[in-house]
Design a protein around this ligand. Structure first.
Ligand code: FAD
Length: 325
């Protein structure tokens, strides 16, 4: 029987996040002949984004646009998804493994009595029709492969792991505006206080420059910020640096912080504790700068520079500025 799969769009600052196009790609990989893959856009004042989403090779793009959906609230967003699927039970819904997706996917799974596989980094067809989902466990030390026994499926995809689907203007999905009957909500969002700056989102950055306790001060992060600026990357940190007050906890990478999987991760003055590695070991290329040649970070690094970060980082900035000028 053919399946109806949906992908819930992740928005940030009024724009579609890259993880949305990655989740579409995943849903398309999981679909077979005769299956449909459609997107669900939820928010306020978002109709303009629908035509952009329509270029991703989808069957339909459903838009649930209502002032009450401006800020994320689980009950409201679940109601919006219910407005799209109506009385039928969805066969599968894909989400980004983001703050919203991590909250909404299990809620939807509980509502439709389905299974949830979260933090997926890869999926494949095992040849007998089963879609096998891979997810890291034990802070990235091992991977488990899971299949759904039965539907409906609820899946969250870790950003930066599944290649994003490219927009193709020749593919135009049908746009469907969906009425939203606002439920009486138990939660009211009074204010959204943004802690992180408007710079590149750490979890989606292609290049991450991270500082550890070796950075030594708030000002010690400046050379890292300058290098990130040149490389178009984002700045992250170890918990050591956050605990020392050198930077905000919003930058923390690791087991109890964010998980990043950039193309290039540059660890500056970070020893490489297992809890830190849990958040960055999936990076494509790891470069470590540390003055201790025995630092454990060198065991996971593709390139290691034994030296003082305050000498090495400005030199990297200078050289990359020349190359990228
Ligand atoms: P340190 O271990 O102190 O290392 C500093 C490094 O800087 C050293 O290797 C030193 O050689 C080098 N250095 C010093 N000066 C220079 C210089 N001028 N140039 C170059 N190198 C220099 N940690 C995380 O990062 N993320 C987490 O999510 C996290 N979660 C945790 C959860 C739990 C339950 C626990 C118990 C711990 C957790 N930790 C986490 C903490 C973790 O165990 C380490 O303590 C922490 O990662 C160490 O941070 P660091 O590498 O910056 O500091």
């Amino acid at each position: 029987m053919s399946k109806s799969l949906y992908v819930v769009a992740d928005l940030r600052n009024g724009a579609l996040r890259q993880v949305f196009s990655e989740a579409i790609h995943a849903a398309q990989q999981a679909s077979g002949d005769g299956d449909t893959v459609s997107a669900i856009l939820i928010g306020s004042g978002i109709t303009g984004l629908a035509s952009q989403a329509a270029k991703y090779g989808l069957d339909k793009v459903y838009v649930v646009d209502h002032p009450e959906l401006k800020d994320y609230r689980p009950q409201a967003y679940l109601t919006a998804i219910k407005s799209v699927v109506g009385d039928s039970v969805p066969d599968g819904i894909f989400f980004g493994h983001t703050a919203i997706g991590r909250d909404l996917a299990p809620l939807a799974a509980a509502y439709w009595n389905g299974g949830a596989i979260t933090d997926v980094i890869a999926l494949e067809n095992d040849g007998s029709g089963n879609i096998v989902f891979t997810r890291p466990i034990y802070a990235g030390k091992a991977f488990e492969k899971k299949v759904f026994n039965s539907g409906p499926w609820f899946v969250t995809l870790r950003p930066n792991n599944i290649p994003a689907i490219a927009a193709d203007a020749s593919k135009q999905a049908e746009l469907v505006e969906v009425d939203y009957a606002a439920p009486s909500l138990r939660v009211i969002v009074k204010e959204v206080v943004k802690k992180a700056s408007g710079k590149i989102d750490l979890s989606e950055a292609k290049v991450v420059i991270s500082g550890g306790r070796g950075v030594k001060s708030v000002d010690g992060f400046k050379p890292l910020e300058e290098l990130a600026e040149v490389l178009g990357g984002a700045v992250g940190a170890s918990r050591g640096a956050c605990d020392a007050g050198y930077c905000d906890y919003a930058l923390q990478i690791g087991q109890t912080g964010k998980v990043v999987t950039p193309e290039i991760y540059i660890a500056c003055g970070i020893s490489g504790a297992i809890q830190h590695l849990a958040g960055m070991s999936g990076s494509r290329v790891i470069i470590a700068i540390n003055k201790d040649p025995e630092a454990p970070i060198f065991k996971v690094a593709d390139y290691g520079i034994v030296g003082d970060l305050f000498e090495v980082v400005p030199l990297l900035k200078e050289e990359f500025s020349k190359i990228l000028a």
